[in-house]
Design a protein around this ligand. Sequence first.
Ligand code: SF4
Length: 103
Amino acid sequence: PIDPNFETNRERVGEENGVTVWGPVDPPEQLGIHGTHVAVDYDICIADGACLEDCPVDVFTWVDTPGHPESEIKVEPTREDQCIDCMLCVDVCPVDAIDVDPG
Ligand code: SF4
């Protein structure tokens, strides 16, 4: 599962699609964690899509990740600022790739 303490255990390495990326990254095989309030571990995500379908405020957007071993698309939390902390995405993810920190 995603490390809920990623903000202390990892370093910010940049931004993609307006979303902070937490390393390490070594594309295309290793892509890190995307997002902060709503964080998706790209190296765990299998593109199940339940989070994107169930999110009541459309936080997630599909992005292409060709060459990644788990899946060649991922959900980017492009509208994480809209999150209402309902935790649906966390609950439905079959591989526990998402962490939402109501902070
Ligand atoms: Fe969307 Fe709820 Fe997940 Fe926030 S916690 S991203 S509102 S599904």
